[in-house]
Design a protein around this ligand. Structure first.
Ligand code: HEC
Ligand code: HEC
Length: 204
């Protein structure tokens, strides 16, 4: 009897430990799991690491930011040749599930890029450019580029994607919520854009 009770207790403890250690994806609805596996993973990877530099990494990105961007793609607020189509049939609860899944993945380490360029980028990121009136990126995105619930994480993002976004903000081609970033990006030179992208892409 005693031994049986012990066995039951051990089993219960092991089960709850397992539940705690389970990835957020374990509680996803079959529909969301299916869409991630058959659609999102083609470009962003199953772990959200996006092997190609033109597709942003989603791993470790803040869930609220992911939800907002996905709704903006779906509802036509953020223009995108690719993502408008990808998001058009997503329900709010699918979006919430996908955001929670991808934000729970860990950002894999990247190889640092050109170190001379990264040094220029570090200066811009941490201190801005007082000659042209560029605010330090760190003042909003955080000293390590981790962002906040509303502000995207930049650390470890593909530099090529970051550079394209900066160019689009500068021309207001990224058309959702671009006021703040337009003011920043419009004052950056092309060299500064590339440098800051290389620097933050190497942050872990
Ligand atoms: C055919 C490739 C492709 C597929 C499939 C795809 N995406 Fe994307 N995704 C992109 C591209 C490209 C961008 C960058 C926006 C742009 O340039 O249009 C992007 C951007 C995003 C962003 C914005 C990230 C940021 O940092 O602002 C999110 C979130 C996202 N995708 C989620 C998803 C989800 C969830 C799915 C599955 C439903 C999905 N994507 C399927 C190519 C794809
Ligand atoms: C005053 C605050 C502020 C400053 C300073 C700032 N940002 Fe941002 N940034 C934002 C906000 C807010 C967003 C999110 C816009 C949205 O919700 O679509 C953003 C978004 C971005 C994105 C898009 C990320 C993605 O995943 O698509 C990039 C890239 C970026 N910022 C780079 C920079 C760089 C580089 C600097 C410095 C040169 C900088 N930011 C300075 C507030 C700021």
């Amino acid at each position: 009897m005693d031994a049986l009770l012990k066995l039951v207790l051990v089993t219960v403890a092991a089960t709850s430990l397992h539940a705690l250690a389970a990835p957020p994806g374990a509680t996803l609805s079959p529909r969301v799991t299916e869409i991630i596996a058959s659609r999102c993973s083609l470009c962003h990877g199953m772990e959200g690491q996006s092997a190609s530099a033109v597709y942003p990494r989603l791993a470790a990105q803040h869930p609220d930011y992911l939800v907002k961007q996905l709704k903006d793609f779906r509802d036509g607020r953020r223009k995108s040749e690719t993502m408008t189509d990808m998001a058009k049939d997503l329900k709010d609860e699918d979006i919430a599930g996908m955001a929670s899944y991808f934000s729970g993945r860990t950002a894999a380490a990247r190889q640092p890029g050109d170190t001379d360029l990264a040094a220029v980028g570090k200066y811009i990121f941490q201190r801005g450019n007082s000659y042209s009136g560029v605010a330090a990126c760190a003042s909003c995105h955080g000293a390590n580029g981790y962002g906040t619930q509303q502000l995207p994480r930049l650390a470890g993002q593909h530099p090529a994607y970051l550079e394209v976004q900066l160019k689009e903000f500068s021309k207001r081609e990224r058309n959702n919520d671009n006021a703040v970033m337009h003011a920043v990006a419009a004052k950056l030179t092309e060299l500064e854009m590339r440098a800051v992208a290389v620097y933050v892409g190497g942050l872990q």
